[in-house]
Ligand binder design. Sequence first.
Ligand SMILES: Nc1ncnc2c1ncn2[C@@H]1O[C@H](COP(=O)(O)OP(=O)(O)O)[C@@H](O)[C@H]1O
Ligand SMILES: C=C(OP(=O)(O)O)C(=O)O
Ligand SMILES: [K+]
Ligand SMILES: [Mg+2]
Length: 564
Amino acid sequence: MAHAIQSLLSLTNHRSHPKPTTTFSPITLRPASLSFSTRKKPHVRRISAIFDLENSSPPSPLESISIDVDAVTEAELKENGFRSTRRTKLICTIGPASCDFEQLEALAMGGMNVARINMCHGTREWHQAVIRRVRRLNQEKGYAVAIMMDTEGSEIHMGDLGAASAKAEDGEIWTFSVRAFDSQLPDHTINVNYEGFAEDVKVGDELLVDGGMVRFEVIEKIGPDVKCRCTDPGLLLPRANLTFWRGGSLVRERNAMLPTISSKDWLDIDFGIAEGVDFISISFVKSAEVINHLKSYIAARSRDSDIAVIAKIESIDSLKNLDEIIRACDGAMVARGDLGAQIPLEQVPSAQQKVVQLCRQLNKPVIVASQLLESMIEYPTPTRAEVADVSEAVRQRADALMLSGESAMGQFPDKALTVLRSVSLRIERWWREEKRHEAMRLPPIASSFSDRISEEICNSAAKMANNLEVDAVFVFTKDGYMASLLSRCRPDCPIFAFTTTTSVRRRLNLQWGLIPFRLSLTDDMDSNLNRTFSLLKARGMIQSGDLVIALSDMLQSIQVMNVP
Ligand SMILES: Nc1ncnc2c1ncn2[C@@H]1O[C@H](COP(=O)(O)OP(=O)(O)O)[C@@H](O)[C@H]1O
Ligand SMILES: C=C(OP(=O)(O)O)C(=O)O
Ligand SMILES: [K+]
Ligand SMILES: [Mg+2]
């Protein structure tokens, strides 16, 4: 009962023969076990297309506009060919340094796949304007930048400072207060957003700003005011996160009682749904329950329920319940900023590796975030250590890397993005050259028989792609599932993913190695392939003779062929 290779015709058109040919030899793999399965039989068709250049008409002008692809990818493909396309996706947090149309365009041009807005900062009107600018950019200039919205979450943080930043010097006394100040803040005073703060802290506690960038010791409590002495000087930034420690460990009983999604977060989520964001990232996730809750809320609220829910792994609880959280979410973020404030810093790298691996195994996209290029907030070049950190995330084959302050409020957003891009490209190439096929074992994950077929097809296709050194894998995918399974295998060649809906296409933006296209598809694989080839050829994105593996989740088929 082997998977039958139906027609192993001689595979004459290898890529070393660059000349256009009029015939090619398809291999159609058919899951043989289907014939005696009681389950619903997928529609398997034998494909016997023979492309004939003479007979195929040139694409009409109408056809040539009927495929949507990112303008940057298109340019890259034309210039450098398949192999050089970047596999690691890039996310930029948008803030005052990057919110203009021109600034957004520069980032899109520089390879930003996802624009992230953080509801912790700014007003809803501000974020709405950003979202609409990104959409306009996509429409007018042919980009496909997706939008990610982060909830604020119930963290304890400082209020606005009335200035861009403030310097806390060694030994200075500062007041952290829960009072609402109508007018200007008194000198050396910080507003705290959590009402229970003055009750919860104790004299002698250590107060960490931004995970330890600045430290204070609590010396006195006076009603709503908590007086603290600065023990580690540094820069205070608006809305910086606060944690307090007692006897060397984090005090988190209170934090644990706060809801993961606050009432303000629910309003922000309604806003995100109304604006049609592509991803909602939940801060300080503690369990799978909140993810499931939000997913059903979104499904009930939004027509297509196509907003993906990303779990931010940034607390001790999220690490404890990692497996159930990753299973429940549509993707995860290693949010190293807050994570590093909750666990000892030296444990962050192993936590990162663990989350990245688990996500890969469970087929969920994973983002590595925070301080990748922190020094580039102020300087135009990164440190060697930062480049090494970015390289490690790429080497771990995370789906995406994220900029925070570097793009939101730094002086060099474009340069930081350029560093992410060039380091990604270099490490990806090195990885392909040095260590051709990696050893990570991917456990089976499909829950239905039909999904199992898709999974086996993708695993085989990725292996074949590497062994045959094909130029690209084409996947025709309705909901993106088969594309994600292919991405999970991290093949050496890029994956062209063709899908019918704009929202699926935008969501594929977060996944490693996928180049998403939007195209109207029919049930006829021959005609899909024919149209795709002629459309891509007309735009100079592929050439006759390129060796391609084509998969479809409508037919659950696999073929190897040269582009006619
Ligand atoms: N919408 C915004 N308005 C103003 N400043 C922002 C905005 N988004 C981000 N920032 C700035 O960029 C920094 C980094 O962003 P991010 O990592 O998302 O937040 P945080 O540092 O609060 O975790 C923030 O500390 C803040 O100074
Ligand atoms: C990405 C993170 O979350 P935020 O920037 O919202 O604090 C983080 O903590 O690393
Ligand atoms: K946050
Ligand atoms: Mg955080």
